[in-house]
Each structure stands twice: as C-alpha cells, then as structure tokens.
Ligand binder design. Structure first.
Ligand code: SAM
Ligand code: SF4
Length: 326
C-alpha cells in the first residue's frame, strides 16, 4: 500500500508516455520555443512495465496513460498492449487524432473509457487553440469510439472570452449522446499565459448552465476529482473539475509518473523524485516511491495558497502541463 502522512491511500497512477504532441494548445505548452525530450531520456517500454509493476504490486488499481499526446509515441501500441496485461483498469487521455489507427490495440488491451480533449465545437476556433486543422478528424473519432461502445468523456478547458460562450452547445451535445462533458477550470502552469481574468469558475459554469437547463447534482465516487451533474432527459451528463476554486485534495489518490521517469506526488508539487535513474542504476525504487508520497503536501502541492484572483502564475514553481501529463 502507498499512503501519505494524511492517511490518503494512493492507488491511481497516471503515466505520461511522452512530452511530445502533434497539437500546440497554448494553455498547455510553454510560450518559449519548446524542445521535446529525446527518446533516450524517456522511459523505455520495459522500464514503464517494471515501474508500473512495482506500483501495481503496492495496490494500484487504475492506470491512466497521458502525455503530451500518448498516441504519438511510436511504440505506444506495444506499451498499451503490455500494460493491458496488468490487473488494473487501464484508461487514456488523448487529443483524439490517432484513435482510428489505435482503436483495435486499445480495445484488445481492455481500454473501455477514453477522455478526449476538445475545447470548442467550432472548427475555426479549434485551429486557433490547437494550431492544427483536424477538428473533423477528432469529431469522427469520437463517433467511432461511441460506435464501439467505449465510454467517452470530453475534457473542455473553459477560458473566459474564448469558449465560455460554448458551454450550452456542449450541454446540447449530451442530449442525444451518452457522453460526459468535463468542464475544467483553467489552471496555471509554467509559461502558459494563465491570468485570473481568463478563468471561468465552477460557480460561473453552473450559473451559465442553470440559465437554460434543470441541473441535478449526482453523488460522486470516493476519489472523484469532478463534481458530477445530470440534466433530466439528457442521455449524457456533465461534470466540473474545479481545481482552482474548490479543489478535491482531501480524497486525492493520484500519483504522476512523467515521461522521463520522475514521480510527482501532486499536479502542483514543486519537487519530483527520479525513479528512472534509480531503476537504471539497479537501485530499489519502492522506498523512493513511498518517501515521495509520504511527503505529499495537504493541498495543491503546498502552492496556490491564496484566492485565485490574487495568484501570480509566475510565483508557482512547476513544470509545464505538457511535461507533467495532465
Ligand atoms: N494530449 C492529451 C490531451 O490533450 O488530452 C493528454 C495530455 S493533456 C496535458 C491532458 C489534459 O490536460 C487535457 O484535457 C488538457 O485539456 C488539460 N490541460 C492542459 N493544460 C491545462 C490547463 N492549463 N488547465 C486545465 N487543464 C489543462
Ligand atoms: Fe497536446 Fe494535449 Fe497539451 Fe493540447 S492539451 S498541447 S493536445 S498535450
């Protein structure tokens, strides 16, 4: 069992397969020129398996693959197939571009839930946000997943003045589709141009939906990072990830392994533990994992202590989101 000093048991591991991506979402990547890590710095498939095996032996029940874009890694299929043999729930967060090619491998590996990032339903705005002209490809891949009865969750980062006017369109989408829209409060990371006035909060999201719909709260599961809601008569549902205004730290069970093999005990931790170097040196990694999680701070990595309106993103010590793995 892996636990922290506040008694939180950690049984959910998020593994970033790469810090590379075929999109350029401005809120995720640092502003300056960004060099992706060379392949030799990344965990190799056998190293991912060895580390994942250590976590699973300690009670990890769920593994999420993320990135960067996990499906752009050349050996993603081999890694997914190997991880599919572990006794865990395997899920993935992806920008959705490579689903058509990868779906057979994903299904074979037991992936039954896929989170797709989609911040707009407007092709032109999609191009503006991602700097790629593949809106229709992502939309048709979502349909493909639904056709194969895969549970689809749509991650939509809500940014004031950019896409907050589309919240109703996303809710309308749930009327006849069994999808869950996850509205995410915009979070500050190294170099991502976050300012408090671009944030659209849980309260604002709920108020904007309540103008047009009857909203019913849904009892969440123990470790949910999202508050879930239903709209009567809608096949799908929605949830809000309110890390900035109402964080979920008290029941956190998440650990993050970056693509270069560093363990982060919190999305906002300013430190990390190098598991890959230890593994390559033949040193035991379990004591490092236990010490890292034991030292986890109570909330938000011990950072972001003030109200979000008073936060200066430059004061936060962290990686960029693309190198953490969201
Ligand atoms: N490339 C994949 C994707 O886009 O789904 C996986 C990696 S991405 C870093 C994981 C999630 O983090 C995405 O849903 C993305 O929208 C979210 N994300 C990235 N930067 C964010 C930010 N500044 N605030 C909130 N969510 C963010
Ligand atoms: Fe790439 Fe996902 Fe980040 Fe967009 S949010 S740049 S798709 S890793």
């Amino acid at each position: 069992m892996i636990a922290d000093s506040f008694g939180r048991v950690h049984d959910y591991l998020r593994i970033s397969l790469t810090d590379n991506c075929n999109f350029r979402c401005f809120y995720c990547m640092p502003e300056e020129d960004y060099d992706f890590s060379p392949a030799s710095r990344l965990m190799q498939p056998h190293e991912i398996m060895e580390l994942a095996g250590t976590f699973v032996a300690q009670g990890v029940k769920k593994i999420r693959l993320t990135g960067g874009e996990p499906l752009v890694r050349k050996d993603a299929a081999a890694i997914i197939s190997a991880l599919g043999k572990l006794p865990v729930e395997l899920v993935i967060t992806t920008n959705g571009t490579r689903i058509a090619e990868m779906l057979p491998v994903m299904l074979e590996a037991g992936i039954r839930t896929v989170n797709i990032s989609l911040d707009t339903l407007q092709p032109e705005k999609f191009k503006l946000i991602t700097r790629r002209d593949v809106f229709h490809q992502v939309r048709s891949n979502i349909e493909l997943l639904l056709h194969h009865k895969v549970k689809v969750k749509i991650n939509m980062v809500v940014m004031k003045g950019l896409n907050d006017d589309e919240i109703k369109d996303f809710i309308d989408w749930t009327k006849h589709h069994p999808i869950q829209i996850r509205f995410i409060e915009f979070m500050p990371f190294s170099g991502n141009k976050w300012t408090s006035n671009k944030m659209f909060s849980l309260e604002e999201i709920l108020a904007s939906i309540a103008k047009d719909f009857t909203v019913l709260p849904v009892e969440g599961a123990a470790h949910d990072t999202a508050k879930s809601f239903l709209i009567p008569g809608h096949e799908g549902s929605f949830a809000i990830i309110s890390t900035m205004t109402a964080p979920f730290c008290s029941s956190c069970n998440r650990m993050r392994l970056t693509a270069d093999g560093k363990l982060k005990n919190c999305l906002f931790s300013d430190g990390e533990t190098d598991l890959l170097t230890a593994l390559r040196n033949g040193e035991p990694v379990l004591p490092l994992i236990q010490a890292s999680i034991w030292s986890k701070k109570k909330e938000l990595g011990g950072q972001l202590k003030t109200h979000f309106e008073n936060l200066n993103a430059e004061d936060i010590k962290n990686r960029s989101m693309i190198t953490i793995g969201g």
